[in-house]
Design a binder for this molecule. Structure first.
Ligand SMILES: Cc1cc2nc3c(=O)[nH]c(=O)nc-3n(C[C@H](O)[C@H](O)[C@H](O)COP(=O)(O)O)c2cc1C
Length: 239
């Protein structure tokens, strides 16, 4: 009489499948850990120095400052607020511990009001940067070389509330010349602003109803006007 092998065979198959599944889960977990932790290394690694060139900053007198507003939309700006502190070693801070923060913006304007040169930005109250815009008396706006767009994408998609995204971006904050908010070594232009006016956008004043579509969470921006008090960067911004 032949003995049935179906029982042990099925059992062996089950063990094999279980091993495959376990290996698969371990591999996915490794990827999950490796990819995000590789990002800061990708940006800061010595193999990518052209990403992170320190720019030579020249002081640009305000009456010589030349700026094309299309840069705001096309190149994006980094808005930074709070107090730069040289003692804060980049990378050592845990979530929310930095005394300043920065986020990417692409809405804003520049011009003249009350006989002062200004930069105007809009910040949703839900942003971590908002609290620094509120508590400090200044902000800075930085323009970076095109090659640094990945760093701006990171700073515009992660919150400083959840970790030290500035270190992760690979950018190096530095003291500004006239205001407490930080400047950045890799910026090709930094505009230092002292806050002079704010106002919350009022949805009852939206004359085009389509604007409301930008606010599914009703987190209407607060607009800040900053007086430009200092400008430094490359000669490209000297008129
Ligand atoms: C291209 C771009 C433009 C942005 N413009 C603005 C803006 O003008 N105002 C704003 O409140 N958020 C803007 N954001 C979103 C913030 O940068 C983003 O929510 C960021 O993660 C906030 O960081 P924080 O929580 O550390 O402040 C923009 C994001 C990107 C990618």
């Amino acid at each position: 009489m032949r003995r049935s092998t179906a029982g042990p065979v099925r059992w062996n198959e089950r063990v094999r499948n279980f091993k495959h599944m376990a290996r698969f889960i371990v591999a996915i977990s490794k990827l999950y850990i490796a990819i995000p932790s590789a990002f800061p290394r990708m940006l800061t690694s010595s193999r990518t120095p052209r990403y992170l060139k320190t720019m030579e900053h020249h002081n640009i007198p305000l009456d010589k400052f030349k700026f094309d507003p299309a840069i705001i939309k096309n190149r994006w700006l980094l808005l930074a607020a709070g107090k730069f502190c040289a003692e804060t070693v980049p990378g050592s801070a845990t979530g929310g511990a930095l005394p300043y923060n920065a986020m990417t913006i692409s809405w804003g304007s520049t011009g003249q009001i009350w006989n002062k040169l200004f930069f105007q930005v809009v910040v949703r109250p839900t942003r971590h940067t908002f609290s620094f815009m509120e508590s400090g008396d200044s902000f800075t706006l930085s323009v970076f070389p095109e090659a640094l767009k990945p760093a701006l994408s990171l700073l515009g998609s992660k919150s400083g509330r959840d970790g030290d995204k500035i270190s992760a971006s690979g950018l190096h904050p530095m003291a500004s010349s006239r205001v407490a908010a930080p400047s950045f070594q890799e910026a090709e232009l930094v505009v230092e602003c002292r806050k002079m006016y704010w106002q919350d956008l009022d949805p009852s004043h939206f004359l085009n109803p389509a604007i409301e579509a930008n606010y599914p969470k009703k987190d209407y921006h607060r607009a800040y006007f900053g007086e430009i008090v200092a400008v430094h960067g490359t000669e490209a911004y000297r008129g």
